[in-house]
Every structure is written in C-alpha cells, then in structure tokens.
Design a protein around this ligand. Structure first.
Ligand code: G3P
Length: 218
C-alpha cells in the first residue's frame, strides 16, 4: 500500500519524506487555505515546492466546477510539474473532465467519493485514483471502511485499473483496515503515519535491552 500525506504543510511533507515511507501528497482547497496560500501565482509556487520534496504523486485540486473550466485548470496544474495529479470532484462535469484529461495523458484523482456507484463512474472515466472519504462517512454514522471493501470488490470483479486512494483517514485503525482490504493508497495526516511507530511493548522492550546492556558494559 502506498502512503500519501494529506496536507499542504511543507514541513510535515518533508518530515514524512525523511522517514522514508512517503509515496505522494494529497492536497485540497481547505488544506491550501489552512497554510494561508492565496493567489494563482502563490498557489502554483506552493505546488511546485511540494513537488520539489517528494518523488511523485502530488494531487492538486481544481476550483472550477464546469467541464471547460476543469479541463483548462487541470491542464494548467499539470504543467507545473510532471508529478502533479489533477484532482477533480465527483460531479457530472468532473467525470467528463476526468475522461478528457485522461485521454490526453494527464493523471487524475476523482475526489469527494462516498458511494460504490460513484467509484464505478470514476473508474469508467479512467481516473488514475479514486478518493473515497471514509472518515467523513463515519462522521455521519455510515461505515467508511465498508465502502473501501465494496470498491475493492467491484474493481477486482472488472479489473478496473483505477487505484483506490482511501482518504479522510483519521487514525491508525482506519489505515490498517484499509491495508487489510487492499486499498492501493492511504492518505492521512502526518500524525497517523507517525502513530504507526507506537507500541508500549516496544518502549518497554527497548528500555530493558538498554538497561541490561548497561549492567554489563557500564
Ligand atoms: O483530502 C481529502 C480528505 O483526506 C479529507 O479528509 O479529514 O478533511 O475528512 P478530512
């Protein structure tokens, strides 16, 4: 399973990259706004700065919601760097634009997916990635993990090449469940990635090893 970090914060992206486990980055307009990035030139420069840190797979989301606008904006974003993946929403014009961008060799990420039917549409349009938001389903008392399993099953049935990018992951249990199901990618905040390091028996075991070593070696 690939690990993407879900942030536009350069320091966090660098930290995850330095850990040696990062395969990409997902951003969205809320995450860009959180970093205070505004204005077309600054937004482009920020995407470029992200691309300069990681090896590949930087999702940059369009703001347009009409077909022509999404395609135009998607092409502009794709020109920033070959690592850019154009993120477009699961709406009628988004699906049409994903088909068009895909036909022109531009990688796409279909975002805001909350049902298996939407995931089928994204795959049929040729999206490189589909982003089901499992945490936001949990937030409304629906089973986000079950959605990932349903999409995995459907994509396997038909050999769809679209990669399942499990998004809106809130904690390590989400992430591990996604790995069990066979999600292709998990995108999550830095904390979820670093929380994977933690187990109390690791800390206790290491303290004991070091203490035993010290007893004999001083
Ligand atoms: O970037 C899309 C998704 O991961 C958002 O997550 O936590 O805002 O629901 P969240």
């Amino acid at each position: 399973m690939k690990f993407f970090i879900d942030t536009a914060n350069l320091k966090e992206i660098q930290e995850a990259y330095d850990l040696g486990v990062l395969d990409g980055v997902t951003t969205n307009p809320s995450l860009m706004a959180k970093e205070g990035i505004k204005g077309a030139d600054n937004i482009r420069a920020h995407y470029k700065a992200i691309c300069n840190i990681v090896d590949d797979n930087v999702s940059a989301e369009v703001i347009a919601t009409d077909f022509e606008g999404i395609v135009r904006e998607g092409k502009e974003l794709a020109k920033i760097d070959s690592k850019i993946v154009v993120k477009a929403p699961m709406i009628r014009d988004g699906v049409k634009a994903i088909k068009k961008l895909t036909s022109e060799g531009i990688r796409t990420n279909c975002t805001l997916v909350f049902s298996p039917g939407q995931a089928i549409l994204a795959a049929k349009a040729g999206a490189t990635f589909v982003s089901p938001f499992l945490g936001r389903l949990d937030d409304i008392s629906q089973d986000g993990i079950e959605l990932i399993a349903q999409i995995r099953n459907i994509y396997n049935n038909y050999g769809f090449g679209t990669q399942i990018l499990a998004a809106s992951i809130r904690h390590t249990i989400h992430l591990v469940k996604c790995a069990e199901i066979g999600a292709d990618v998990a995108t999550c905040p830095l904390k979820v990635i670093t929380d994977l390091l933690n187990h109390p028996l690791t800390d206790i075991g290491l303290a004991k090893f070091l203490a035993d070593h010290k007893k004999v070696n001083g």
